[in-house]
Design a protein around this ligand. Structure first.
Ligand SMILES: NC(=O)C1=CN([C@@H]2O[C@H](COP(=O)(O)OP(=O)(O)OC[C@H]3O[C@@H](n4cnc5c(N)ncnc54)[C@H](O)[C@@H]3O)[C@@H](O)[C@H]2O)C=CC1
Ligand SMILES: O=C([O-])CC(=O)C(=O)O
Length: 331
């Protein structure tokens, strides 16, 4: 049995993400959890003639049943931004939502691969870690912040300036998932050596603030949902492809605790120092989740400046998330 639970499944991301997951043969049970509307979404998706059984669960009383024994728990639950807000402004509401879902996962699906989409990702991932620690089921190899949308965007935006084919172009994006903490490594991408300094800075800024572009265009109706569903499905299915099917050499940049592979993280730490506990890094996925943290590799002088600007904001976001649990009421 391969059960995948989507928490926040009736939302803007949750619905199209569930649709994309329903198309996978790797999943036998797709469990949809939300505080509203999941019976309808589940009934709708259940008519699609693919492998997985679909169940809908609504409200906290049905959370145990929803999440129990899941191989993967994907969390796009919580509120999205409106124009003028930062991702950190969502912490007030989303921190508690993610905490409660993490508690349920720690109790009823402690071995699940946790894929955290809810913002602010820089802080919500440390929340999940601290909850799992309190329940004695923590394994840093199994908890992921989903930053795949940054990589997807980077491929699109870079291809627009270099003329490369977007669908096959892989642009490494490391760091965190908000503004200046998003660090595209364009110097490692073929064809970018022909770009002017202005072009490089412009496309870097566009990747860092791509989320704002969508928030502005949606004009109060939320943030990226469809491109996020695409990115979230790619990530979750890659986790399954590596863990269930045993496919090797699957690499995704994802935001993890660097203890997930201490040896592999050494290279990253020489650049960011020992104080940054979490970072999005290129990760080779495997049977147990993080198989290997790969080196970030050579970075340019401009990218070094971006790293220096990212670290203070990222460490603040991380401490805020961790403290929410460690200094909060006992779970
Ligand atoms: N990691 C990333 O790259 C991205 C993250 N996001 C984040 O994803 C989150 C969701 O965004 P949208 O789907 O657009 O929002 P939405 O408002 O359309 O959907 C959120 C869903 O979560 C549900 N929800 C609220 N409290 C819940 C709880 N306690 N348990 C289960 N479900 C609950 C709501 O009922 C709703 O259906 C936001 O925090 C947003 O900032 C959005 C885009 C990209
Ligand atoms: O911008 C937002 O608030 C949603 C998000 O994380 C993104 O689109 O990257």
């Amino acid at each position: 049995m391969v059960k995948v639970t989507v928490c926040g499944a009736a939302g803007g991301i949750g619905q199209p993400l569930s649709l994309l997951l329903k198309q996978s043969d790797l999943i036998t049970h797709l469990s949809l959890y939300d505080i509203v509307n999941t019976p309808g979404v589940a009934a709708d998706l259940s008519h699609i003639n693919t492998k997985s059984k679909v169940t809908g669960h609504v409200g906290a009383a049905q959370l145990e049943e929803a999440i129990k024994d899941s191989a993967v728990v994907v969390i796009p639950a919580g509120v999205p931004r409106k124009p003028g807000m930062s991702r950190d402004d969502l912490f007030k509401i989303n921190a508690g939502i993610v905490r409660d879902l993490a508690v349920a996962a720690a109790k009823f699906a402690p071995k699940a691969f946790m894929c955290i989409i809810s913002n602010p990702v820089n802080s919500t991932v440390p929340i999940v870690t601290e909850v799992f620690k309190q329940f004695g089921v923590y394994d840093p190899k199994r908890i992921f912040g989903v930053t795949t949308l940054d990589i997807v965007r980077a491929s699109t935006f870079v291809s627009e300036v270099t003329g490369a084919e977007a669908s096959t172009l892989r642009v490494p994006v490391v760091g965190g998932h908000s503004g200046v903490t998003i660090l595209p490594l364009l110097s490692q991408v073929a064809g970018t050596d022909k770009l002017t300094k202005e072009q490089l800075e412009k496309v870097t800024n566009r990747i860092q603030f791509g989320g704002d572009e969508v928030v502005k265009a949606k004009d109060g109706a939320g943030s990226a949902t469809l491109s996020m569903a695409f990115a979230g499905a790619r990530f979750a299915l890659n986790v399954l492809e590596a863990s269930v099917k045993g496919t090797s050499n699957i690499v995704e940049c994802t935001y993890v605790h660097l203890d997930a592979d201490k040896e592999g993280a050494k290279d990253t730490k020489t650049i960011i120092g020992d104080n940054v506990e979490y970072f999005s890094v290129p990760v080779e996925l495997g049977a147990a989740g993080v198989q290997k943290i790969l080196p970030i590799g050579q970075i340019s002088t401009y990218e070094k400046e971006l790293f220096a600007a990212a670290v203070p904001e990222l460490t603040g976001n991380i401490s805020k998330g961790s403290a929410f649990i460690t200094e909060g009421a006992k779970l």
